[in-house]
Design a binder for this molecule. Structure first.
Ligand code: THU
Length: 129
């Protein structure tokens, strides 16, 4: 599975976005250890605060399928630049992996590589007892 294939899967997942309010489509693709890919997109609601980001939909999907063997993530948007996941999504990703490579994909299918630990250097991990 090449980065190119994973980026393409994220770009294609963008087509599944339900984003009539922001019109900002986000597609996310997760590479698993056996080479398979899971995807998800953002899902908005007329009650705006109920909208769910692509990355969190993807995490829910993977965990629901008992897949914790996350290898690499790709996030595609319609923007010209390389848009990282929001802080909330970084924190949710961190719940399931200590670190992971993240490919940011722009509207031309170009990629920029980064890591969860670079985007979220100080995650919340210690639940106060
Ligand atoms: N969005 C994501 O899907 N992922 C992010 O990391 C940030 C934002 C979505 C939520 C909403 O549907 C739209 O982008 C605009 O904020």
């Amino acid at each position: 599975m090449s980065d190119r294939d994973l980026a393409r899967a994220a770009s294609e997942a963008r087509n599944m976005a339900y984003a009539p309010y922001s019109k900002f489509r986000v597609g996310a693709a997760l590479l698993l250890e056996d080479g398979s890919i899971m995807t998800a997109a953002n899902l908005e609601n007329a009650s705006f605060g109920l909208s769910v980001c692509a990355e969190r939909n993807l995490a829910a999907r993977a965990i629901h399928a008992h897949r914790r063997d996350w290898v690499k993530l790709a996030i595609a948007t319609d923007a010209e630049g390389f848009i990282p996941p929001c802080g909330a999504c970084l924190q949710v990703i961190r719940e399931f992996v200590e670190d992971i490579e993240i490919l940011l994909v722009n509207n031309r299918g170009e990629t920029e590589g980064t890591r969860l630990s670079d985007l979220l250097p100080k995650p919340f991990t210690d639940f106060p007892s």
